[in-house]
Design a protein around this ligand. Structure first.
Ligand code: PLP
Length: 413
């Protein structure tokens, strides 16, 4: 393959998704490869938020719960998300954070398998997932539940008849490695356990078929590939077959069967709505709802194909151009085993990422040595990959990253 920038431009010209980029408000001079951490701003968000603030909140005030349908927003946004993850519309709601939703569903899973005492997860899972499970264990007491934390390759082998649930992140946040959702879910079912998946790094970038895989429960993040904005509401998925059995431990009034009857005793709401807790974050949901417009009419298979092509191109160019730079490979080379990011490693990864950011290439760093580059297929172009790797090559060859200003750590990496 004799690649050139012109060839990359030709691929963009032939790309059926290329027009989607105009739906985003991207800053000039920035190649944004961090949509896996904070998705870019869709143009529709600002005006919709503005209207929600000035008209709905400002003028219509409390009547907006009915007039503007605020009360149904968690379900409406959930129904739109359902298409992106292979679920049915009544199986998904958007509200709360991923961490909170994970707590709700992990606790519910344990309650659905009362006679069992183990939760299986993997070491190196995203910290909040591990911390939430540790908190749940501490709350229930370790005579009731223990955590079996194993290496990623050992997950299937760790599933036995003591296991209530396996809780895994589908795409690993550091390595981008993709778990075999269908196989692990099936293995969990063979031993009578439930499978709870965290889709934070999958939703909006990887084709998913939760119904087809028989997934029992799932949560995911609204501000990564779904572009809902910082701290956007997350979502949770409960398939219809579990609707009657699910008990959220956070029995807030919005998850009640009849919240506006104000009765003293909790009674779970119908279907996935019982996964709600308190008053939904309406402004955040409004932003996420507007952000989801960019997916309208997009086939997730096309999105996935482009994501894989972008990652393959990046790795191919890095292998050819940064061969002696000391950068290691920290993600699967086979795009079928990778989410929508690539990861490189270098002991001075932090400084290299800072030097890249100054040159207009935004990726991020994950301790201790990982450089992450995320490819949101709706707005990242093939020429962006070409340019980003050219700049990476230059930063590595010139060693500008050694300058002291690139080595000062900020609070958020
Ligand atoms: C980003 C991410 C989260 C985010 O959780 P918050 O509650 O929104 O902070 C959770 N889990 C995984 C795997 C993530 O990648």
């Amino acid at each position: 393959m004799n690649l050139s920038r012109e060839l990359c431009a030709a691929r963009d010209a032939a790309d059926a998704l290329s027009g989607r980029r105009d739906l985003f408000d991207l800053p000039d001079g920035v190649i944004y490869l961090d949509g896996n951490s904070l998705g870019a701003l869709p143009r529709a968000v600002g005006p919709r938020l503005e209207a929600a603030v000035s008209q709905a909140w400002g003028k219509d005030l409390i009547s907006s719960w009915n007039v503007h349908g605020w009360i149904d927003l968690p379900s409406r946004v959930g129904a739109r998300l359902a298409r992106l993850i292979g679920a049915r519309p009544h199986e998904v709601i958007a509200s709360d954070s991923t961490s909170v939703n994970l707590f709700k569903l992990a606790a519910a899973a344990v309650a659905m398998r009362k006679e069992r005492s183990v939760i299986v997860t993997e070491s190196g899972n995203f910290p909040t997932d591990l911390y939430i499970l540790q908190g749940l264990r501490d709350l229930l007491g370790d005579d009731l539940i223990s955590l079996r934390v194993v290496e990623p390759e050992q997950v299937a082998g760790a599933l036995d008849e003591d296991v209530a649930a396996v809780v895994l992140t589908h795409v690993h946040y550091k390595s981008g490695r993709l778990h075999d959702m269908a196989a692990i879910t099936q293995r969990a079912h063979e031993v009578g356990a439930l499978a709870l998946w965290d889709l934070s790094h999958s939703a909006g970038a990887v084709e998913l078929d939760l119904n087809g895989c028989g997934v029992d429960l799932a949560v995911g993040c609204g501000y990564k590939y779904l572009n809902g904005g910082p701290g956007a509401p997350a979502f949770l998925y409960v398939p219809e077959r579990h609707h009657d059995d699910l008990r959220s431990p956070l029995t807030g009034w919005m998850g009640h069967a009849r919240p506006f009857e104000f009765v003293d005793t909790y009674e779970p709401g119908g279907g996935v709505l019982r996964g709600l807790c308190g008053t939904p974050p309406i402004l955040g949901l409004t932003a996420l709802d507007a952000a989801l417009d960019v997916f309208d009419g997009v086939a997730m298979a096309d999105l996935r194909a482009k994501s894989q092509a972008l990652g393959d191109l990046f790795l191919h160019l890095v292998a050819g151009r940064c061969a002696d730079s000391g950068l290691g490979l920290a993600c699967p080379t086979d795009s079928a085993l990778r989410g929508s990011q690539v990861s490189l490693s270098h002991p001075d990864g932090y400084a290299i990422v800072q030097a890249l950011i100054e040159r207009g290439v935004t990726g991020d760093f994950r301790a201790p040595d990982i450089l992450r580059f995320g490819f949101a297929p709706l707005y990242v172009r093939f020429v962006d990959i070409w340019d980003a790797v050219e700049i990476l090559r230059d930063v590595m060859a010139s060693e500008t990253w050694r300058e002291p200003r690139f080595n000062l750590k900020a609070a958020v990496t």
